[in-house]
Design a protein around this ligand. Structure first.
Ligand code: UFG
Length: 323
């Protein structure tokens, strides 16, 4: 298929592009390189440097390439930043995304696979989280993603487009070529591995007094290759609707740090500090709907396998892409 990937120079977009190309699809990447990296653009893809907030640019791109489908990754994705600068999130993640949806209608593009998030659920009542859980985001980031889900659902009803919402849990790991390089970095695994690389004195543990077995927060860490594979299932299957993408297993912050110590052989000092505001104690996906409808299950759910892949990438890119 002929696929337009927005945000294809970013972390999840670059790996999904790699898998799409490996599977024989044609890919055009549309990315403003604001947070993505030119080095993460797969050389086999066509690259358009453009911003979704530039309505003419995205209309022209879709008009010219007439894709069979869009995969939409381009967005801001930091919870803390969204609490300080909500406007940025509504502008980029909602207004920019609306331009994309309108350009799809104008070009007759039928399908969109959208990067959504478990942050749309807020503090869930029930764990593991199913797609039926109420969506009550606790921050502008989650709200901006939910707003675009709702807009796309109306466009489905009115214009007949086919949206698939993939609600990611904690994306992590790397392929041999592409990995995680955020600025600023806020995610647990890359920050722990920076300590192992000698780039920081200790990892800060944000609270050890949660209602969990070891007191630290539990998350569902999902390998980036598994996430990318789910996008290809969503693209190739005739489906619409929402799917939680996780392994169904949770790991605490202490368990992740222990796995990193085993794999790196570094003692990785850790210090417990105050809780980070807004962190739910436990977020674990129910992957059952994705299994039954998409035919997808995480194949690399072992946290050691995930950390090993990230560690390889960070050792080869100790300063990220701009080494
Ligand atoms: N953590 C630490 N120390 C750190 C960084 C993180 O203890 O230096 C802890 C966090 O408190 C959390 C866990 O490690 O308990 C994972 O934190 P991340 O920042 O790696 O990931 P989050 O679970 O906060 O974020 C993820 C996605 C977001 C999404 C969010 C929903 O990355 O996009 O889940 O809550 F919005």
């Amino acid at each position: 298929m002929n696929v337009l990937v927005t945000g294809g120079a970013g972390y999840i977009g670059s790996v999904t592009t790699e898998l799409l190309l490996d599977a024989g699809h044609r890919v055009t990447i549309f990315d403003n390189l604001g947070r993505g990296h030119r080095e993460a653009v797969d050389p086999r893809a066509t690259f358009i440097e453009g911003d979704l907030c530039d309505r003419d640019a995205i209309f022209t791109a879709l008009h010219d390439m007439r894709p069979d489908a869009v995969m939409h990754f381009a967005a801001f994705a930091l919870v803390g930043e969204s609490m300080e600068h909500p406007q940025m999130y509504f502008q980029n993640n909602v207004v920019g995304a609306l331009n994309l949806a309108d350009a799809m209608i104008a070009a007759g593009t039928p399908k969109i696979v959208f990067s959504s998030t478990c942050a749309t659920y807020g503090q869930p009542d029930v764990v593991p989280i199913t797609e039926q859980e109420k969506q009550l985001p606790q921050n502008p980031y989650g709200e901006s993603k939910l707003m675009f889900e709702k807009m796309l659902d109306w466009y489905r009803q009115i214009h007949g487009i086919q949206p698939v919402f993939l609600r990611y849990f904690n994306a992590c790991g790397a392929t041999a070529r592409y990995g995680e390089d955020h600025d600023p970095e806020t995610h647990l695994i890359p920050l722990v591995l920076r300590v192992a690389l000698g780039q920081g004195p200790a990892i800060k543990i944000f609270g050890d007094d949660y209602d969990t077995p070891d007191g630290t927060c539990i998350r569902d860490y999902i390998h980036i290759v598994d996430l990318a594979a789910a996008h290809i299932c969503a693209l190739e299957k005739d489906v619409v609707g929402s799917f939680n993408l996780g392994t169904g297993q949770g790991h605490s912050v202490l368990e992740v740090i222990a796995a990193c110590r085993r794999i790196t052989g570094h003692p990785i000092p850790a210090e417990v500090v105050a809780r980070r505001p807004g962190d739910p104690a436990r977020l674990i996906a129910s992957p059952e709907k994705a299994a039954s409808v998409l035919g997808w299950r995480a194949q690399h759910a072992d946290i050691a396998v995930i950390v090993e892949s990230a560690w390889r990438w960070h050792q080869e890119h100790p300063q990220g892409y701009h080494a």
